[in-house]
Ligand binder design. Structure first.
Ligand code: DP6
Length: 341
């Protein structure tokens, strides 16, 4: 049986664990670091955790004499990012070694970043095997910034923090999934290829060359307060508008990077127009889009509008010559799970 991990519940020095961790989608995007090695961001970000009905990372880890890493069925050398996690664990447990088997269950490459759920899973597994100081999201962040938000369920805030060592740059749940269970998510897969500019490199270049980025950093905190209030009040029109504006701004900042980075393609822009036309038919914001570092759209709405929105997208973009190759439906879900017996 899988159970949500309760970090408050005593020491965790197990010999073997299996964990499942969710994907998260930022509604206020993380883009830009103040520290590249520790993945410390220039500003805070906020995400929703997706339900694990068909998308999650499953990682099995056990204490062993050597560290072995098997990803999606293939033995791989541990990544540099993984080395950061294990180094942190070894600072308190010098003999720590793990045998890790990990795989993603994303339906036919749903076009979603796997690094967030992947590093969240490694962090959870390591921390269950080897108790260490600090919270699990701090460990996950060392692997990939957005991974720290996959260590909690519902609506999650990653506070940028002030400390040089990053001890206060951690993610925490603002509201559980049960707070607003009517939220629905539709992932529209436009392209399954690797992104042309990986987010780490894209961010680096933006921070160095974009003037617009300074404007973003200066006002993103206000947006976080506004969207938190909208979530608190389950006010979809405000939540949706802020989500769309923030995605648009992140992609504007990417275009302001020199040389410019364009993650969206024609289909992404058509989906944006389609969502705005859906909203103008309704007379208010009833659906929202957000895009990460690629052309795939993630749409959000409430349950009452879900079927209509999905069918509109299906009619306009799927089918024989359709530009959207797959639609994945999810809800908001809980945080990491651990296998108990
Ligand atoms: C556009 O977390 O993949 O998805 O910290 O370098 O591993 P690193 O970057 P990563 O960046 C995610 C960027 C984003 C926005 C977001 O998820 O907030």
């Amino acid at each position: 049986m899988y159970q949500e991990i309760d970090w408050e519940d005593g020491p965790k020095d197990k010999d073997e664990v299996t964990v499942r961790t969710p994907v998260n989608i930022a509604v206020i995007k993380y883009w830009g670091k103040r520290d590249e090695k520790l993945n410390l961001p220039l500003h805070s970000s906020l995400s929703v955790t997706l339900s694990m009905s068909d998308m999650y990372t499953e990682t099995k880890a056990r204490r062993s004499r050597d560290t072995v890493f098997c990803i999606n069925g293939k033995i791989e050398p541990p990544t540099k990012r993984f080395d950061r996690l294990i180094k942190k664990i070894r600072s308190e447990n010098p003999a720590a070694n793990v045998d890790i088997t990990t795989h993603n269950t994303f339906p036919t490459a749903a076009g979603l970043a796997s690094s967030a759920s992947g590093y969240a899973a490694l962090a959870c597994a390591l921390k269950l095997l080897y108790p260490t100081r600090g919270v699990v999201s701090e460990l996950a962040r060392l692997g990939s910034g957005s991974a720290c938000r996959s260590t909690a369920g519902g609506f999650v805030l990653w506070e940028k923090g002030e400390e040089e060592g990053g001890g206060d740059s951690v993610a925490r749940q603002l509201f559980s999934a049960e707070h607003w269970p009517e939220i629905r998510v539709l992932v529209c897969v436009v392209c399954r290829e690797e992104k042309a500019v990986p987010s780490t490199a894209g961010m680096q270049s933006t921070v160095v060359t974009s003037n617009l980025m300074q404007h973003r950093v200066a006002h993103v905190q206000v947006r976080i307060q506004q969207i938190t209030e909208a979530i608190q009040q389950r006010d979809f029109p405000t939540f949706g508008e802020i989500t769309m504006r923030d995605s648009n701004e992140m992609h504007a900042v990417c275009l302001d990077t020199y040389p410019p980075i364009a993650y969206l393609n024609d289909t992404s822009h058509q989906i944006i127009r389609s969502v705005h036309s859906f909203n103008s038919d309704k007379g208010t914001v009833r659906a929202a889009y957000t895009f990460d570092a690629g052309p795939n759209a993630v749409l959000l709405c409430e349950e009452r509008d879900f079927v209509e929105l999905r069918e509109r997208i299906r009619g306009e973009f799927c089918g024989k010559k359709g530009k959207v190759t797959e639609l994945v439906e999810c809800k908001i879900g809980c945080g990491p799970l651990v296998l108990t017996d």
